[in-house]
Design a protein around this ligand. Structure first.
Ligand SMILES: [Zn+2]
Length: 120
């Protein structure tokens, strides 16, 4: 394994840990919100509105973190496979500066651009 790949793996493992911690924290926040609601009978309507907004924000964040986690795990898997740094779509090497900016990138910039267009 090259030194670059070794560095990427360390970065990705750190990133994975961070995302998992954030997801766990979101779960804890949700629990403490439930406890607080039981203890306060006043201003319920207003509180519920705030909470549903909080809930939506939390869901969006959870979704985003979940997607990031999938990307990071995918990149770690590619390291194990020895295909890290190669584009999933065309098999060409991904630009070094792209990988430095985004170690979990699994598509080269060209395929990423094409992909964005077809998906939307
Ligand atoms: Zn490509």
């Amino acid at each position: 394994m090259s030194k670059k790949t070794e560095q990427a793996r360390t970065l990705l493992e750190g990133e994975k840990k961070r995302i998992e911690d954030e997801l766990a924290q979101l779960g804890l926040d949700a629990q403490s919100n439930d406890v607080r609601r039981e203890g306060s009978p006043f201003g319920k309507r207003e509180e519920e509105a705030t909470e549903s907004l909080e809930f939506e924000k939390r869901l969006a964040l959870e979704k985003q973190l979940g997607e990031q986690l999938v990307e990071v795990e995918h990149a770690l898997h590619k390291i194990e496979d020895g295909t890290y740094g190669l584009c999933d779509s065309c098999g060409e090497p991904i630009a070094k500066n792209r990988l430095e900016a985004l170690p979990q990138a699994s598509l080269c910039i060209e395929c990423k651009a094409k992909n964005a267009k077809t998906r939307v």
